[in-house]
Ligand binder design. Structure first.
Ligand code: CUK
Ligand code: CUA
Length: 661
C-alpha cells in the first residue's frame, strides 16, 4: 500500500509536469519541484508548505473516485451515527438512530416509528440519545461489514443498524439499567453485543436513598445476544451480571487467546456519593487505584444455561455472589482514574489509560490466567477476588498527561490519545509484536500534537484482530481556533493522521469540523468489506422486516383505494413523476392505512412523501414499501407531494388528500 501511494504521488506530479511542459497557456516563472507553474503559483499564493502539499495529495479525492475506508462514527448527543469517507473526510450519511431524522423519513409516520418505539423508557418516548461507541459486527475478530451497533448512554439503550441499507432496524431499552457507557462492543463472532454500565443505581433503577449506596446501588453489565440471521437482538438469550457499585466505564472483548473474556475499567471504587462533601470530582479520585474488571462470559453463559441465574424484567441475571463464587468475575488494580480498556490484536494484552496518571498500564492475559489458577486471592469488600497488580501487569509506559484510549496498527504500534497533552502517542508493543517495528518494545516512539484535547482515537480496523494501518483519526473535543468563528458553541475537530511510515513520522493531514454534536468513538472499516444495496432487492421491499411486504403494490394497475366501513386502505404506487392514485377522498374520522410502493429500479431515484397537516414524511427509495396508519381527524384539503427533486417534473409529483367534514 505504501508503495502504491508513493507511486501515485510520483505519477500525479509527473502528470502535472507533463501538462505544464505541454504548453499550458500563460505559464511563466519557474515551477516548484515537480509542480506545474499554475500549481506552484497556488502553493505560493496560499503559503503552503511541503507538508501541506503532502497532506493535500494524501487526502484529495478526485470527483468520481471513492474512499478506500469508511468511518462509522458516533453522532454524540444527536442520537445519530455518522458515515464518513476516509481519507477524504466527506460525510456520506447521517443515520437516524435514537432521534427522528426527516431526510430518511425516520419517525414521521412510517416504519421508523415502530423502531423508535422500541426505545421507549417506561412507556415514554425518548427521542434523542447520547451515542458513544459504535461497534461493527465481526467474524473471527475481523469486521465483516454486516451490522453496526450503538449505545445510548443517557438511557441505557442499544440499537442495530443493518449495513445493507445503512438504516436502523432495532432499538432496545435495557430493562434493568437507566444509563450505560461501555457499549456497544462486540465479541469476536458477534455472539454478543456488550453494554457496560456507568453510574451505579439500584437494579431496575428503583428508588433508594444515596446513604444506602453501598448496599443498594449496583453496576450491571449486559450481554445482548445477537441473532445474525434475523439481524436483531434476542433478549430471551441475553443475560446480565450484577457488579459492585464501582463505576464501570469502557469495556473490550478479548480475542484470539483471550476470547471468551471481557475487560472493563472502572472508577469510583471509593463509593463516593457526591453532595460536595466531598464532591464527586474529589471523592472519586481519592484512591490511587480502581479495579480492572475481568469477566469470563463463556462461564457466565454456562451458569445461565445451568439455571443458576434469575429472571428480572424479562432478562436473565447472574447475581454478584454467584459471579464471584463461580469464577466469572475478577479484579486487578489499575492506576489513578482509569479510562479505556483496549485489547491488543492477538488478545495477549489489555491496555488501560489513567486520566490522572502519565502511564498506560498493560496487563497480560496469560499472567491473569496464571494468577487465577494459582488461587489464594484476597477479595474486595463485595467478595470479588483481586489479582495483585504485580501478578497481572506486563508493562507500564510513560506517555504523557491524560492517556485515555488506545488503538493498534499493522506495524506493532499502539496509539494512545493524551487528553491533557493534546497529543497522539505512538508507542511500540513488546512481546510477539516486537519484531514488527524497528524499536524495542514498550517504548514511546512519537508524540504528535493535535488540536485540541483528544478524546477517543480510531485507526483503520484498529480494534480488530487484524489492524489495517495507514490512518488514525483523532476525535478532538475542542477546536478553539481551528475554524472560522461561529460563536461560543464550537465544532468538534476530527483530525486525520498519517501513520503509514514507521518511527516518528506521524503527520496531521486534515481537519474536519463536526458541527452537530460531540461524537465519542468511531470505527474505520475497509470499504470493500461493505456490500450495501444500490436499490432494494425487490419491488415491495419492507426495510423493517427486510422482506417483500404482503401489502406492497407491485404494478400501477393494482393501485387502489379500498373502503371497509370507516377504514380506508390505500394501495399506492410511486414512480417518476407521479403517485397513483393522485387523489384520495375520505371522510373525517376515517381510519387510514396507506401503503406506498416505489416501482423504481434506478439507483438514487428516491421519492419523498410529505402529507401536509398530518406530520407525515417518508423517504421511499427504489423498491421500498412504506405503510402509514392514522385517523383522519382533521377535515380539509391537503396535499401530498414528493420532497426529493427526482425529475424535471418533480414539482408536478403530488396529489390531493380531501377529508370531507
Ligand atoms: S468515552 Cu468519550 S472520550 Cu464514552 Cu468512550 Cu472516552
Ligand atoms: Cu418524486 Cu420528486
Amino acid at each position: 500500500m505504501k508503495k502504491l501511494i508513493s507511486v501515485g504521488i510520483l505519477l500525479l506530479i509527473g502528470v502535472l509536469f507533463i501538462v505544464a511542459c505541454g504548453g499550458a497557456p500563460g505559464t511563466g516563472g519557474t515551477p516548484a519541484a515537480g509542480l506545474t507553474v499554475d500549481a506552484a503559483a497556488v502553493v505560493q499564493a496560499r503559503g503552503l508548505s511541503s507538508d501541506d502539499i503532502y497532506a493535500a495529495v494524501k487526502t484529495y479525492t478526485p470527483s468520481g473516485k471513492t474512499d478506500p475506508y469508511i468511518m462509522i462514527a458516533s453522532g454524540g448527543q444527536s442520537g445519530q451515527v455518522l458515515v464518513i469517507g476516509i481519507p477524504s473526510m466527506r460525510i456520506l450519511k447521517v443515520i437516524g438512530v435514537f432521534t427522528p431524522e426527516p431526510w430518511q423519513g425516520y419517525g414521521f409516520g412510517g416504519s421508523g416509528d415502530e423502531i423508535l418505539a422500541g426505545g421507549k423508557v417506561n412507556g415514554k418516548d425518548v427521542l434523542w440519545g447520547d451515542t458513544h461507541h459504535p461497534g461493527l459486527s465481526e467474524t473471527n475478530g475481523v469486521y465483516d461489514g454486516q451490522f453496526a451497533f450503538i449505545n445510548d448512554k443517557a438511557n441505557a439503550r442499544v440499537a442495530v443498524i443493518d449495513l445493507r441499507d445503512f438504516s436502523t432496524k432495532q432499538i432496545l431499552k435495557n430493562p434493568n439499567a437507566i444509563n450505560d457507557h461501555g457499549g456497544a462492543f462486540v465479541t469476536p463472532n458477534t455472539e454478543y453485543v456488550i453494554e457496560g454500565p456507568q453510574y451505579a443505581a439500584p437494579i431496575g433503577y428503583e428508588y433508594a436513598a444515596l446513604d444506602q449506596y453501598k448496599d443498594k446501588y449496583r453496576g450491571l453489565i449486559t450481554f445482548w445476544a445477537f441473532d445474525r440471521m434475523k439481524g436483531r437482538f434476542d433478549q430471551s438469550k441475553s443475560f446480565q451480571i450484577e457488579l459492585p457499585p464501582y463505576w464501570q466505564d469502557l469495556c473490550d472483548a478479548g480475542k484470539k487467546v483471550s476470547e471468551g473474556w471481557v475487560f472493563c475499567n472502572s472508577f469510583n471504587t471509593e463509593l463516593a456519593i457526591g453532595g460536595n462533601n466531598p464532591s464527586f470530582e474529589a471523592g472519586t479520585t481519592k484512591n490511587d487505584t480502581d479495579y480492572l474488571h475481568i469477566i469470563n462470559y463463556k462461564k457466565a453463559e454456562e451458569i445461565v444455561r445451568a439455571g443458576k441465574a434469575k429472571q428480572l424484567n424479562g432478562m436473565m441475571m447472574i447475581d454478584l455472589k454467584t459471579a464471584a463464587a463461580e469464577g466469572i468475575l475478577f479484579f486487578s488494580p489499575e492506576p489513578k482514574s482509569p479510562h479505556g480498556s483496549d485489547v491488543t490484536p492477538g488478545g495477549e494484552y489489555i491496555v488501560v489509560g489513567g486520566k490522572l496518571d502519565p502511564h498506560v498500564t498493560v496487563y497480560s492475559f496469560e499472567k491473569i490466567q496464571n494468577a487465577i489458577q494459582a488461587g489464594g486471592l484476597k477479595t474486595d469488600e463485595y467478595g470479588v477476588p483481586v489479582i495483585p497488580l504485580d501478578k497481572a501487569m506486563e508493562a507500564q509506559i510513560e506517555l504523557g498527561l491524560g492517556p485515555l484510549h488506545t488503538v493498534f496498527d499493522d506495524k506493532g504500534y499502539a496509539y494512545t490519545s493524551l487528553f491533557l497533552d493534546s497529543a497522539v502517542a505512538r508507542w511500540s508493543l513488546g512481546g510477539p509484536y516486537e519484531k514488527k517495528h524497528p524499536e524495542p518494545g514498550w517504548k514511546l516512539v512519537q508524540k504528535l500534537p493535535v488540536q485540541y484535547n483528544i478524546g477517543h482515537i480510531t485507526a483503520v480496523e484498529g480494534d480488530t484482530a487484524e489492524p489495517g494501518g495507514q490512518f488514525v483519526v483523532a476525535l478532538n473535543k475542542w477546536s478553539i481556533d481551528r475554524f472560522a468563528n461561529i460563536g461560543p458553541l464550537m465544532p468538534q475537530n476530527f483530525q486525520l493522521v498519517d501513520i503509514s511510515k514507521t518511527g516518528d513520522q506521524m503527520k496531521v493531514l486534515y481537519d474536519m469540523p463536526i458541527g452537530m454534536a460531540e461524537p465519542h468513538y468511531a470505527e474505520i472499516i475497509k470499504a470493500d468489506r461493505l456490500k450495501p444495496w444500490q436499490v432494494y432487492p425487490q419491488v415491495g421491499w419492507n426495510a423493517e422486516t427486510m422482506s417483500v411486504d404482503p401489502k406492497a403494490t407491485l404494478k400501477e394497475a393494482d393501485a387502489k383505494v379500498v373502503r371497509n366501513g370507516n377504514q380506508v386502505e390505500i394501495f399506492m404506487t410511486v414512480i417518476r413523476s407521479h403517485y397513483m392514485p393522485e387523489k384520495v377522498e375520505i371522510k373525517k374520522g376515517d381510519h387510514v392505512i396507506w401503503h406506498l410502493t416505489s416501482l423504481e429500479r434506478t439507483p438514487d431515484a428516491t421519492h419523498g412523501f410529505a402529507l401536509s397537516g398530518y406530520n407525515i414524511n417518508l423517504s421511499i427509495e427504489p423498491g421500498k414499501t412504506e405503510t402509514i396508519e392514522f385517523d383522519a381527524t382533521l377535515p380539509g384539503t391537503f396535499t401530498y407531494y414528493c420532497t426529493e427533486f427526482c425529475s424535471a417534473l418533480h414539482l408536478e409529483m403530488l396529489g390531493y388528500f380531501l377529508v370531507q367534514p
